[in-house]
Write a protein that binds this ligand. Structure first.
Ligand code: DGJ
Length: 730
């Protein structure tokens, strides 16, 4: 297992418990892709690919080998311009103005463990992990460009990661124009469906599945952020793949900026799947003796359907992406004042919210936007990170101390990457934002974006934020980011480097996040970008949870949380109970359903608790007590999707604790139907011989629950729901 190399046949075999990934060096030069899929033995395979002569429209880069054409050959990391007519994985402009590049296999290295990427997030390996890394070096001698392909194999996790390093070993400058992280050519496969997670603000990560046919599909973000619009994820699904069965080939990019995933089918039926940084707003001036690292792609193959894929992503993200003090700790139940007060609050109002929250068993008070500078609306103040003493005369300290006296922790909202033109910071440093000289600066939500590629900007932010975080007992930070890039240019970069601005921004952001999270290791950081506009593995590396969406309506949230759960474990998904009519869609849903949706993730509240009746308060208290009972299972256990909100009038999902002794099922009916039968639902992934007890004392065997199913109470009205807790007694 791990990485092996057959010297005679020049074949690489990467294997995890369930996956094989094969490559071969043909004619001692060309690195050819052989296979990615269910684990196989390979000694019987003399060669992984058949080469044969085809028509003259598939040209031959090797003079004496008519059977070699890059048009027909599955390639590992395709270059541009030498008979491969699909999209290249990388592209350069060389000093002589040419774009053709011909790197060939030179050497490789296999080592135990995995090295990180300087300045960028990636999956890590711990000492006892069975992880092996393969580095393959391809070199174009004409211009001295070395392309190093890195593969790390996480045997037990069933994961392979990929990334690429470009090294300029020549004397002239090389302009990188495209530098993707991974490419997989499937030989004669075109019956896949492409799955991606699309959306927009307040409706993130909805499921899209389409047959790929004979065409090219691009899933991307050009926004300078991973975005609400698309998640940095694509998957190819084999025929008839469902949640529980079938083949899935998935790629998820650990990057928070513009990205692209592409799937195309060539005229021979070969399917190419690619992922990496977007070419828009990207170029890199690779000077002699320097190198450039792409972000890392996490590749998952599952033959157990989409739940099988998610189980792998959830486990490795919980264990080997998220880090720090909070990585495997259950998370505090929050009250956030945003939907309760928006900008209209003062010290007394927040104290009243703390009183109510403490009585209900809530554990953390989060003070959202509006506590700093001149910030009574979204039109001013960003960048001025000092307390507004008119609103909060006792400062943050008074509020944090008050929360602590009531047995709660205190947390704070920031939007560090932004500046309001109406702010002291902007007046002092008008060139600190992204902009292009002599052009208008497009505002969004009345704000501009600070150039995170600048060290002076990062230094200012680090010191301003540190000062605030040291000024009171602050145990949580919500790091928001509320617009996407325009006029992408930097005042400190030379004219030929302007297209580096966007990637340098992301590197700068990671640098600041690294510094601040190391300086305050006990603070729980939650990332946010107008909800889930940057819910990606890059951000999760620094901040172990994300505000899933600004849409808090429980019905909309079913679809959002369903889609998000494809990749990201429920512990990473902030989910709040809010008031009705819902502020985003005006929908009325019952309190228990709002709670059961939020309780199926990382629970919080976002409403004015003082407006609840005593009866409602006691219901909320009982939900909080129940959540504390199931929290470990929901946050640290395993999660499975059962009935999709996209295809049914109901949704169901379930959790199983790490020790398999507690199972929690949530069932949500959408619209009421006359004369409807009581629901009966089949559970999955239980111990067939195990005996499970419900709260009312009824007991069922696992095989009964999985095959006959569990009868649920009749639903009443729209958006009714039920939560069932089962304890394994035998
Ligand atoms: C967008 C966030 O998603 C909201 O939760 C809230 O924090 C606002 N920004 C505050 O401006």
């Amino acid at each position: 297992m791990g990485v092996s190399f057959n010297q005679d046949r020049k074949q690489f075999h990467l294997s995890t418990i369930n996956t094989s990934y094969l490559m071969e060096v043909v004619l001692d030069r060309h690195l050819v892709h052989g296979y990615w899929g269910k684990r196989i033995h390979t000694p019987d395979l003399k060669c992984f690919v058949d080469l044969y002569e085809v028509c003259s429209f598939s040209p031959n880069p090797e003079k004496n080998h008519k059977s070699i054409s890059f048009d027909t050959m599955p390639r590992e990391y395709p270059d541009y311009g030498r008979s491969d007519y699909q999209s290249p994985a990388f592209e350069v402009r060389l000093e002589d103005g040419s774009h053709v590049c011909a790197p060939v296999y030179k050497s490789h290295r296999i080592y135990k463990g995995k090295e990180g990427i300087e300045g960028m997030p990636s999956l890590y390996a711990c000492e006892d992990d069975v992880v092996e890394t393969l580095e393959i070096s391809l070199v174009d001698d004409l211009f001295g460009l070395e392309v190093i392909l890195h593969y790390s194999v996480y045997e037990a996790y069933d994961v392979i990661t990929r990334r690429v390093t470009f090294v300029n070993r020549g004397n002239g400058s090389i302009q990188l124009k495209k530098a993707l992280s991974a490419n997989v050519d499937f030989y004669q496969n075109h019956d896949f469906e492409l799955m991606n997670l699309y959306g927009g603000w307040a409706r993130e990560r909805h499921i899209s599945k389409i047959p790929i046919g004979h065409s090219t599909h691009v899933v991307d973000s050009k926004r300078g952020a991973s975005s609400h619009e698309q998640n940095p994820f694509i998957a190819l699904l084999g025929p008839k793949t469902t949640e529980h069965v079938g083949e899935v080939y998935a790629m998820n990019l650990i990057y928070s900026g513009s990205f692209m995933g592409e799937v195309s089918v060539n005229s021979y039926g070969g399917t190419r799947m690619q992922m990496g940084m977007n070419t828009i707003d990207f170029e890199w001036d690779l000077l002699p003796s320097t190198s450039f690292d792409t972000p890392e792609v996490v590749m998952v193959y599952s033959h157990e359907g989409l739940n099988g894929m998610s189980k792998i992503f959830h486990k490795i993200y919980k264990d080997r992406l998220c880090r720090g003090h909070w990585q495997d700790k259950v998370r505090p139940i929050r009250i956030n004042n945003w939907e309760a007060t928006y900008f209209d609050f003062d010290e007394q109002k927040i104290k009243t919210l703390i009183d109510e929250s403490a009585n209900l068993g809530i554990e953390l008070m989060v003070l959202d936007d509006g506590w700093f500078g001149q910030r009574d609306s979204d039109s001013s103040g960003l960048g001025d990170w000092f307390v507004n003493k008119e609103k909060l005369p006792g400062g943050l300290e008074a509020l944090a101390d008050y929360a602590n006296e009531k047995g709660m922790d205190f947390g704070l909202w920031f939007e560090p990457e932004m500046v309001s033109p109406d702010s002291a910071l902007y007046k002092k440093h008008p060139n600190w934002c992204l902009h292009v000289p002599n052009r208008d600066r497009s505002e969004a939500r009345n704000q501009l974006i600070l150039d995170m590629g600048r060290a002076d900007v990062r230094n200012y932010l680090f010191s301003a934020l540190s000062q605030v975080l040291k000024s009171a007992s602050i145990r949580y930070v919500k790091w928001d980011m509320n617009r996407n890039m325009t006029e992408v240019g930097s005042a400190i970069l030379a004219t030929n480097k302007q297209k580096e601005t966007s990637h340098r921004y992301i590197l700068g952001l990671y640098n600041l996040l690294d510094k601040i999270t190391k300086a305050f290791p006990d603070i729980l950081f939650e990332s946010c970008s107008g909800g889930g506009g940057r819910f990606d593995p890059g951000m999760l590396y620094y901040m172990p949870q994300t505000w899933t969406s600004d849409d808090t309506d429980s019905y909309e949230r079913l679809k959002i949380q369903w889609g998000t759960s494809m990749l990201y474990p429920p512990i990473t998904m902030g989910a709040h109970v809010s008031e009705i009519p819902n502020h985003q869609v005006m929908r009325m849903t019952p309190l228990h359903t709002r709670a059961y949706v939020a309780m199926a993730a990382n629970l919080g509240f976002e409403l004015d608790l003082t407006k609840l009746s005593d009866e409602e308060k006691s219901v909320v208290k009982s939900h909080i007590d129940q959540y504390k009972r199931i929290r470990k299972t929901v946050q640290l256990g395993e999660f499975y999707r059962l009935i999709s909100p996209y295809e049914n009038n109901c949704t169901a999902w379930m959790f199983q604790s790490k020790d398999k002794n507690q199972v929690v099922l949530f069932y949500y009916r959408h619209l009421a139907k006359p004369n409807d039968l009581e629901p009966k639902i089949k559970l999955h992934y239980l111990d067939p011989e195990g005996l499970y007890r419900l709260e009312d004392g009824q007991q069922f065997y696992g095989d009964t629950l999985m095959n006959f199913g569990l009868r649920l109470p009749t639903m009443t009205g729209d958006f009714d729901s039920v939560m069932v807790i089962l304890d394994k007694v035998k």
